[in-house]
Design a protein around this ligand. Structure first.
Ligand SMILES: [Zn+2]
Length: 224
């Protein structure tokens, strides 16, 4: 499962690497996927700050908010711990992959050509497949590199047979996460997961866990 991709150092924190594997069949686990041992540690630190105007961490530090002022969930980072949660992505790795256009599988540079960055998307259902799809699609799955695109076809059960798309302009749109509201007896109550466009007035009550990118200037392409 090396994918023949030996660029870079593979050191922690950057550069392409051979994905960790899981189970007797040695399934490759994408770099951005969250492991069950990576725990959410948001709740105990979350409070209402700013004179009641929104959420804050009791011990808020640099990096808890993005440049739009949106608060992000806190999770431990321990890839390889427990078992992979193939349908979830770790907020830190997912966001980094989106912002730096890294392959979600190996963490190396995603594939780009004149038609744009390469994304592997779940095949749309009949109702979703409107003319022009996936132009304007809101996407939380980071791009892939060409060698890993083949891995995605072979090993990602939730993708089925994926559709490959290139986007010339994947535009940062907002975040996916959850709202929290002050409870009747104090404390905070979760009030559902949703997409939040940056600049929305409800942002102070939102905790993000995925960066959402709008795929624009899209072209459907065959598997690379
Ligand atoms: Zn890759």
């Amino acid at each position: 499962m090396s994918g023949g991709d030996e660029r870079g150092s593979g050191a922690l924190g950057g550069g392409p690497r051979t994905p960790l594997t899981w189970g007797p069949r040695g399934l490759p686990v994408p770099w951005a996927v969250r492991w069950s041992g990576e725990l959410v540690v948001t709740d105990e630190a979350l409070t209402v700050g700013g004179e009641g105007r929104g959420l804050a961490y009791r011990d808020e530090r640099a990096g808890d908010r993005d440049r739009h002022g949106v608060l992000w969930a806190r999770l431990t980072e321990e890839p390889g711990s427990g078992q992979p949660e193939f349908r979830c992505m770790h907020p830190v790795r997912q966001r980094r992959a989106m912002l730096e256009r890294l392959c979600q599988v190996c963490g190396g540079p995603a594939d780009r050509n004149g038609r744009g960055w390469l994304f592997a998307l779940r095949r749309p259902g009949a109702a979703e497949e409107v003319p022009g799809w996936p132009e304007g699609l809101l996407c939380t799955k980071p791009p892939v590199c060409a060698p890993c695109a083949h891995l995605a076809v072979a090993h990602c059960p939730h993708l089925g047979e994926p559709v490959f798309v290139r986007s010339r302009k994947p535009r940062v749109w907002g975040a996916f996460g959850g709202f929290f509201v002050p409870g009747p007896r104090g404390g905070l109550a979760a009030s559902g997961d949703d997409h939040l466009p940056y600049g929305h007035r409800a942002a102070p009550w939102f905790v993000a866990n995925q960066l959402v990118v709008e795929l624009t200037r899209c072209t459907r392409v065959p598997a690379p």
